[in-house]
Design a binder for this molecule. Structure first.
Ligand code: XMP
Length: 333
């Protein structure tokens, strides 16, 4: 039987009970596959890698080594949250690597979006390789592959063209000599979330909005600078906070801030104040191939605008992107 094909008889995991049965089954399968050997996992903090980590911690405890690479393009508080949940609460064997300077160094003066994606993907592999070389006796590599990834690679093998290269930071070297452990590869995203909750992961982690592998790197448009990246991270945190307060967080599929590499003239404290605009994007979609925009209430937009322009150094305007996909892609790069 092709282990990459979801059997027609497999029930859709929609309840806690079904999720628990799946977890028990996978715990047995993983223990059988791994024995007393060690398993390595790149833990980004995204839903898929987090669910795999929680599942493997249950199955093999400290035989799992998680490596979290902070590429300096994470959202505010994200890496701290990974450490809090996995190291402090779940007692995981977690290696934390702050590679911010390396990534930002490589990205200096690079403005082409695809080039940026390539650099981030390649540097991730370099850092991950170096970290895994420091570890002894690792025999397996765990991955948060899910069923849509498998379906997508079949489509690509059939020669269909992608609009963007969609580098997933989890994409790992082909020449790695480790066998793969992929416990959720037959699950759809909604099932992964049900399993994540059954494993006791925090709701915000399991239901968090999608976040691209290259992170804020493709939202800090053009050549990334530290000051503009900082402004983007702060503005994005304010947007997320206000979405939470307005009860929009679980309702809108993806929402974020983009900061372009241009300034406009503004005024602050009676003086000329040149700053970047913060562009707000809030979209709904089912498969990310097309998207509609969320019609945000003006009261929320006013609040966000006031907070971002007052609280974030370097930003003097807030714009709201109402372009659906097509013609705009969801991300700006
Ligand atoms: P676009 O911008 O192509 O985005 O309409 C569709 C979805 O994919 C996400 N996205 C990425 N995800 N690596 C990823 O893992 C990437 O390079 C990447 N680029 C876009 C985007 O956030 C949206 O959810």
């Amino acid at each position: 039987m092709d282990s990459n094909k979801r059997p027609d008889t497999m029930a859709r995991i929609t309840t806690k009970e079904l999720a628990e049965a799946f977890i028990d089954e996978q715990i047995k399968a993983v223990r059988e596959q791994v024995g007393d050997k060690k398993v390595l996992l790149a833990l980004s903090g995204g839903v898929d890698s987090s669910v795999v980590a929680a599942l493997l911690i249950k199955a093999i405890g400290k035989q799992l080594v998680c490596v979290h690479v902070n590429h300096g393009l994470m959202r505010k508080g994200e890496s701290e949250n990974v450490i809090e949940v996995f190291r402090n609460r779940l007692d995981a064997n977690l290696v934390y690597v702050d590679a911010t300077d390396r990534f930002l160094g490589k990205l200096e003066n690079v403005s082409d979006p695809e080039q940026k994606r390539k650099i981030i993907g390649a540097e991730f592999i370099n850092v991950f390789d170096e970290e895994s070389a420091k570890l002894d006796g690792i025999s397996f590599l765990a991955q948060g592959t899910i069923y849509p990834d498998i379906l997508e690679s079949i489509k690509q093998a059939e020669g269909k063209k992608a609009v963007k290269s969609h580098h997933n930071v989890g994409g790992l070297p082909e020449d790695m000599e480790m066998s793969l452990v992929e416990p959720i590869k037959l699950l759809f995203k909604d099932e992964v979330r049900v399993v994540g909750e059954a494993l006791g992961l925090p709701h915000e982690m399991v239901y968090r909005q999608p976040f691209p592998g290259p992170g804020l790197g493709v939202r800090c448009l053009g050549a990334i600078t530290r000051d503009r990246l900082h402004a983007l991270r702060e503005a994005d945190a304010i947007l997320r906070e206000e979405f939470d307060k307005a009860g929009l967080a679980g309702k809108v599929w993806q929402y974020f801030v983009v900061v372009p590499d241009m300034k406009s003239v503004g005024v602050k404290d009676d003086s000329r104040y040149e700053g970047w605009p913060a562009i707000i994007r809030a979209v709904n979609t089912t498969d990310a191939m097309t998207a509609t925009i969320e019609e945000l209430p003006y009261s929320v937009l006013h609040k966000i605008t006031a907070r971002i322009t007052n609280e974030v150094p370097g930003i003097n305007r807030v714009l709201y992107d109402i372009t659906p996909k097509p013609t705009g892609t969801i991300e700006w790069e």
